[in-house]
Design a protein around this ligand. Sequence first.
Ligand SMILES: [Zn+2]
Length: 415
Amino acid sequence: MQLKVILNHIERHHGFVYDLVTWTDSSKRSLDVSVRPHGRSRGVCSGCGKRRPTYDHLPTRRYLFIPIWTIVVYLVYRPRRVNCPACGVRVERVPWANGKERITLSFQWFLACWAKKLSWSETARSFGTSWDTVFRAVKMAVCWGLRHRDLEGIQAIGIDEIAFKKGHKYMTLVYQIDRGHRRLLWIGEDRTKATLRRFFRLFGKRRTSTLKYICSDMWKPYLAVVAAEANQALHILDRFHIVQMFNKALNQVRAEEARRLKELGHTVLKNTRWLLLKSRRHLQRSEVLRLKELVSHNLKTVKCYLMKEDFQRIWDYKQQWRIGYFFQDWVDRAKRTRIKPMQTLAKTLESHAEQLFNWFEAKGEISAGAVEGMNLKVKLTTRRSYGLRSKNTVKYALYHNLGHLPEPESAHRFC
Ligand SMILES: [Zn+2]
């Protein structure tokens, strides 16, 4: 069987035929597949997309194709310039590559697909190409996916933020968190009112009006924008964000107390950070013993820890009155602790009680733990060694891995 037959089988382009297949040079490491226009077919104007008569020919261009059996493959073609009455003299648009790219779309989809399984640098190394080429492939796939994705029927969204550059910069992320449908919908720079408003503008008034649930943390700008843009939706304080707040308060108390104790020569709080932050379910036996020992001390940190653990009981209550009763009792106790971060936390929770209670109303309607799950994946993606160099690359990596973006039919054979 000839290579041409295989190429025609996997990738036939209307108006073009595969011609000679030759070794590129004497080293026999790469193949040149020449392509020529079919019969008297006319080139497509890159400006308006209409078929136009040929004006002249440009020098030969080589487009990197998917390698076969470790042999590099190029499509070799001499592009025509067409004479277009509407656009003037223009280079023709070829169906196997985008604009000025010297790499075929097939190879780009192939790389983009592998870039989900491997890091970008591993992908580049595996297929003998550069990090930049892989990045451009991912960018192409993301742009295509964003243009073709379906945003209809979304009923629940989660708003989250991630810090980067050591907490000096933030990004706002919006997820779809309907039951059984989780994906990253949008990424915006910063976490201001304007940031979130940009999302709602993109999402559109009609779609926003059908949102039923919106999960977020207590960040004021988010609260204000959600109230203004999607008043009909049930605004829920996410459980995950509440746990985060507890951890933050606990950490603050622990750090302060550890410092004070160290000055006095005690090391009881040394290396206890994760022990206290980890959920009890995830503790190993040795950690449980250490925790038991730690809890026997009369420390502010321990008090804080117990208050935090106690609060977790709220999630299991089913009746509204029990939830309300427990909550008020807990808040009152927290206020009496005389531990500043705990008191502040209690006051904050109290002022957002309505959104907190909404969580129970939405329970079962939205994908449980969705925001937390997505948040973890986001952190994993950004941390993985993609060689991510800038905010921009992080953005594309996130959309690529978590956006569940559609792909053209032809890309499916790679994955
Ligand atoms: Zn034109």
